[in-house]
Design a binder for this molecule. Sequence first.
Ligand code: DAH
Length: 354
Amino acid sequence: MGVVEELHELRERALTDISSAQDTSALSDVRVAYLGKKGSLTGVLRGLGSLSAQERPTVGKTSNEVRRALEAALDSRKSELEATELQERMDAGALDVTLPGRRRAQGHQHLIQRITREIVEVFVGLGYTVAEGPEVEMEYYNFTALNHTPHHPARSASDTFYVRDRSEGAVVSATGQSDVLLRTHTSPVQIRTMEENDPPIYIIAPGRVYRRDIADPSHLPMFTQVEGIVVDENITFGDLKGTLDHVVQAIFGEGRRTRFRPHFFPFTEPSAEVDVSCGICDGAGCRFCQGTGWLEILGCGMVDPNVFGHAGVDTDRFNGFAFGMGVERIAALKYGIPDLRMLVEGDMRFLRQF
Ligand code: DAH
């Protein structure tokens, strides 16, 4: 058989192999077998040198034709196989790009959490830092160091949740109560902070507090407070007033006014309760503010020297102010929520509004 015939036969064999290759990797083997360095066609071309001058041009031309024919067949089979393989991959993935996405239910902060953070942010903007204390607290920090008299009514077991009793090794106080309780306010964080830090102190302490109250529209046995204390040189009641004015406007909106009413707290002297002007009637008096034009929102005062004494602060050099507010009450006043229990019942129809 002449070389030209051999080439024709090689082409036929190659074309059959190409069309019967079942995937791109088999096809690539076929390419190597014919056109690779040691491939059949390459072998024929290598033998060109030993041919007669007469045969060489025809054989050369034919082998070029064969090579081009094989390359064309390989390319077209390759596209075919690639398309099939892509289709197979898509079928296997079964990805329906027209299917609408699954919507995940998006949560959001509870109103109390949000307002607590808003209040904290206002103080952080004034340069305060956040402090925390335990919810299970020592009677000393909750009452004694805060200048409550030994028989102060708030200490009674009908007002305060006590945690340990005598049988559990509690040290029983003068009032017959145990020494461990659920804190009734965030004020004990004042003492803990002063024990551990030297003035100047500018802190804000958000957290949960507990009282033995039956839940009703204006009481919850567990609620949230934000406490603050400042200890520095030459602090005045004017500083306290200016600070709280700013904070009240930041929370309730500009244009709301404050009013400081004399009050009593064991841990401050003088003490005051602060009212914000009613947002409904702007002070004229309406049902929301029970005709007074004002809504009570927090307690405050100048820190009592007895408290500084317990906390080891030098009262010749330092003084300060403190304040505490109830977040649920602020939320209720801001949004006109008629019953604090709605804040803890977890009814999504209510909570979603905020
Ligand atoms: N601890 C008080 C309460 O729970 C709130 C309070 C009033 C905190 C006056 C203070 C303050 O720091 O100075 O009712």
